[in-house]
Design a protein around this ligand. Structure first.
Ligand SMILES: [Zn+2]
Length: 247
């Protein structure tokens, strides 16, 4: 059974070595990881990690909504250069976070990243927290493919996202959602993804979330959807391949 982790910040592990995370993941057949940047300082580091594991790690370059105040002059040009170098890279993590106050700047930085993604035909990895109606404003401007990462909203938030062509990725956070079963059943099989968001979102206190969580999450989703875990895993893997191959 092959797994994909569509959202991991390998550069952010403090208690574990990247090498150990990737090797441990390989042992349980995690064949692909989308390694996601949050700030410009991550870009070089994530390039380095992707160079070390070219068969497994696919980079995503972007500015997270929490760090839009850290951008410096020329960031858009430098971001564009990352994509010229990495033909399979995704755009992200970018998006909107209603828990932070600087929404006008968040919107500007997000809009600029989705415009770039659309221009160069790359999928976008979207962080959307407490920003349902705001996100709707941006849906018409999305590139052909985008992922709502770590979805943990309400079922009624899903139709516009799916209609706009979005993929929906689940992490440990969905396990705490009272509507989890209905939500995972609402997603068409060809739009479903899973992720750790490691090292964040650990289920055990004081630990870093690792790819070994993926089989647990997959099993849970398979039970909720009343689906064979082997075929569900294959479908999710195929979905992730569509994203990196621009299909
Ligand atoms: Zn993240």
């Amino acid at each position: 059974m092959d797994y994909v982790d569509t959202h991991i910040h390998l550069q952010d592990y403090k208690l574990n070595l990247v090498q150990d995370i990737v090797n441990e993941a390989a042992k349980i057949s995690v064949k692909r990881m989308f390694c996601v940047c949050s700030v410009e300082e991550d870009w070089k580091q994530v390039e380095y990690i992707a160079e070390q594991y070219p068969q497994i790690v696919v980079p995503a370059f972007g500015i997270h909504p929490w760090y839009v105040d850290k951008i410096t002059l020329g960031w858009q040009k430098r971001l564009r250069q990352c994509f010229m170098k990495w033909p399979q890279a995704l755009v992200g993590e970018c998006g909107l976070d209603g828990l932070k106050e600087n929404m006008p700047q968040q919107k500007e930085v997000f809009a600029s990243q989705i415009a770039l993604a659309k221009e160069i035909s790359r999928p976008v990895i979207v962080h959307a927290v407490k920003a349902v109606s705001l996100l709707q404003e941006f849906l018409p401007f999305m590139p052909k493919q985008f992922i709502i990462h770590s979805f943990n909203g309400k079922i009624q938030h899903l139709p516009p996202i799916l209609k706009a062509g979005g993929y929906v990725s689940f992490s440990a956070s969905i396990l705490r959602n009272p509507q989890a079963k209905e939500i995972v059943n609402f997603i068409p099989e060809n739009r479903l993804l899973i992720e750790t968001d490691g090292p964040y979102q650990s289920i055990s206190k004081g630990e870093e979330q690792k790819p070994k969580f993926l089989p647990i999450l997959l099993e849970k989703i398979a039970v909720w959807r009343n689906q064979n875990p082997v075929s569900l895993s294959a479908q999710i893997f195929a979905n992730s391949e569509c994203l990196i191959n621009g299909k």
